[in-house]
Design a protein around this ligand. Structure first.
Ligand SMILES: Nc1nc2c(ncn2[C@@H]2O[C@H](COP(=O)(O)OP(=O)(O)O)[C@@H](O)[C@H]2O)c(=O)[nH]1
Ligand SMILES: Nc1ncnc2c1ncn2[C@@H]1O[C@H](COP(=O)(O)OP(=O)(O)O)[C@@H](O)[C@H]1O
Length: 219
C-alpha cells in the first residue's frame, strides 16, 4: 500500500499508519496536536463526521463536517477507508488523502475509535501501529470532559457511560499509554513512533544500503 519514505538517515522505508484511540476525554486530540507540531513526516487524517461542530473547531482541519446524505454518498462511493457509528453520529476516514500521503512517503496519524482501527488492521496489518490512551482514573476522565467545556452535561454523561465499553478494546492495541501528565504521555507516544519508524521490516532500502557499505569495505 505504501512506498518511498526516507528516514533521517536517508534509508528508504514504507510509510506507516499511526493510530491513537481512547475513551472520549482521555487526551488523544491533545496528543495528536503535539505530534503534528513536533514530529516531521507526519500527516493528520482529517475524518468526515455528521456530528455538530464544537466551538473552536475548524471545518476541513479538525473534521470535514458533512450532513447525513453526504456521508452516505461517501460510503456508497467507496470514498472511505473505514467508517463507524460513534455516539449516534457517523465518522469515517476519507481514502484519497491517506493514500496520497502514504505514497508521497509520509506517515499518517489517525484519531479513530476501535471499530475503525479494526478495519484498518484488516486492510493493512503490517502498516498499522496502534496506541490506546487510558486516563489515570474515572474522576480525571470526567474532570477533563468538563474542563474541555465543549459538550453539554448530557453529552458528557453519555461519553462517561460509553467509556467502559470503549476501554474494553484496550487489548487489541499494540501499545498502551496512561495519560497522567501530558508531557510524559507525549514523550511515550513519540518514542513509539520513533521506534516503529526504525523497524527493519518497513525499511525497504536497507538491503541496498548494507550492500553499499559492504562495497565500501571491500574497496
Ligand atoms: N472509526 C472512526 N472513528 C472516528 C473517526 N474520527 C473520529 N473518530 C472517533 O469518534 C469518537 C468521537 O470523536 P469526537 O466526537 O471528536 O470526540 P472525542 O472522543 O472527544 O475526540 C472518538 O473515539 C474518535 O476517535 C473516524 O474517521 N473513524
Ligand atoms: N494529562 C492531562 N492532564 C490534564 N488534562 C489533560 C491531559 N490530557 C488532556 N487533558 C485535557 O483534557 C481534555 C480532553 O482532552 P482531549 O485531548 O480533547 O481528549 P480526547 O480527544 O481523547 O477526547 C482537554 O481539555 C485537554 O486539554
Amino acid at each position: 500500500m505504501t512506498s518511498g519514505a526516507h528516514g533521517t538517515d536517508g534509508v528508504e522505508r514504507r510509510g506507516l499508519m499511526f493510530v491513537l484511540s481512547s475513551p472520549s476525554g482521555a487526551g488523544k486530540t491533545t496528543l495528536s496536536r503535539l505530534l503534528m507540531d513536533r514530529m516531521s513526516g507526519l500527516r493528520m487524517s482529517v475524518s468526515a463526521t455528521t456530528r455538530a461542530k464544537r466551538p473552536g473547531e475548524v471545518d476541513g482541519k479538525d473534521y470535514l463536517f458533512v450532513d447525513k446524505p453526504r456521508f452516505e454518498a461517501m460510503v456508497k462511493g467507496d470514498e472511505l477507508l473505514e467508517w463507524a457509528t460513534v455516539f449516534d453520529n457517523s465518522y469515517g476516514t476519507p481514502r484519497g488523502p491517506v493514500e496520497a500521503a502514504l505514497s508521497a512517503g509520509q506517515d499518517v496519524l489517525f484519531d479513530i475509535d476501535w471499530q475503525g482501527t479494526q478495519q484498518l488492521r484488516e486492510k493493512a496489518r503490517a502498516d498499522v501501529v496502534s496506541v490506546f490512551i487510558l486516563p489515570p482514573s474515572a474522576a480525571d476522565l470526567e474532570k477533563r470532559l468538563h474542563s474541555r467545556a465543549q459538550d453539554s452535561d448530557e453529552v458528557i454523561r453519555k461519553r462517561m457511560s460509553r467509556a467502559s465499553h470503549e476501554m474494553s478494546h484496550w487489548a487489541e492495541y499494540d501499545y498502551i499509554v496512561i495519560n497522567h501528565d501530558v508531557d510524559e504521555a507525549f514523550a511515550e507516544v513519540q518514542s513509539i513512533l520513533k521506534a516503529e519508524r526504525l523497524k527493519r521490516e518497513r525499511r525497504t532500502g536497507l538491503v541496498g544500503f548494507v550492500r553499499g557499505l559492504q562495497g565500501q569495505l571491500q574497496a
